[in-house]
Design a protein around this ligand. Sequence first.
Ligand code: MG
Length: 381
Amino acid sequence: MRLFLLGATGNIGVQTLDIVRNSNDKFHVVSIAANKNINLVKEIIKEFHPKFVSVGLLEAKNELEELYPSVEFGYGDEGLIKAATYGDLGEDLVVNAIVGSAGLAPTYYAIKKGRNIALANKETLVIGGELINPLLKEHNVTLIPIDSEHSAIMQCMNGEDKTTVKSIVITASGGSFRDKTREELKKVTVKDALNHPNWDMGAKITIDSATMMNKGLEVIEAHYLFNVAYSNIKTVLHKESIIHSLVEYNDTAMIAHLGNPDMRVPISYAINYPERVEYKGKPLDLISLGSLHFEELSFVRFPMLQYAYDAGIKGGLMPTVLNAANEAAVQLFLNGKITFLQIEEIVIKCLNIFDNELELSLDSVLERDNLVKDYVFKTYS
Ligand code: MG
């Protein structure tokens, strides 16, 4: 199997390479794309010998070109798309582990080329679901989610008649500030926010977990992945992160997927699909766990979740507005420009300002994404 790994130096990318490293040459890395971590790019080139490498900036591309004359290089948005569509068509899998809306275009063009996708970039479906789904059918392409909740849901649906699904239940850990009141949230710092109790993740998604936007994006992602109405997608607070999600059937049976929080499990499932391959992770010990807890996920405590449902139900460009406002706001928060609670203020403001009138296309989505981000950066920087 030939892998085209986008976001190779990020949290999911590094864990994907770890699975590849331990897979007895089942996978060959043909291309990688990364942004700024050039030292790690060099290590990946030495170990995995990709034929094509794309990085964020032209200067980095030029530096690498001198060091590795036998490797082809690209950069920026164009390089990213080339990394996804590089070379001829074979037994291929694009692993999209990019963070943010930048992940949409490479997925779009990879599907057009006829390449199967393992998707960690939830934004592809959040902002582009209405474009991606018909494209998958047209090109007979399989898209397997890496997001742990969606991997769980997919596995809970294996072999079942989809028309018997009554609802899906997405679990949420509650993030770094689960036990804080809204009053206490006024003073939290970037450092506090980046300290997630269960999952080891990148900065953007850790902040999104604390605001519950991550769960909101996952609701929209689930809608497009499993073709389930928003009224039948539920969320529940489950602080242990042991049940990764559940599916409820028309006979009241619920099927759950359990495991220790370890992203290598859904990564391995997605890249080996439809095979299930041995992975020597930590086994789940039910006795030492003892009990699991579930609570209502409050829309008052976590308004971002409500914003996400509303934007998802409106559809069209509204999920793009939601996501772009959030991406820009999280970046401003990480850079110390705004407070934690201003993230949600910015998101609701953008949802009220920007309308839904344009026809949906890759161009209109990317244009709207830029417009919203520009607005947020100009207004709050
Ligand atoms: Mg997730």
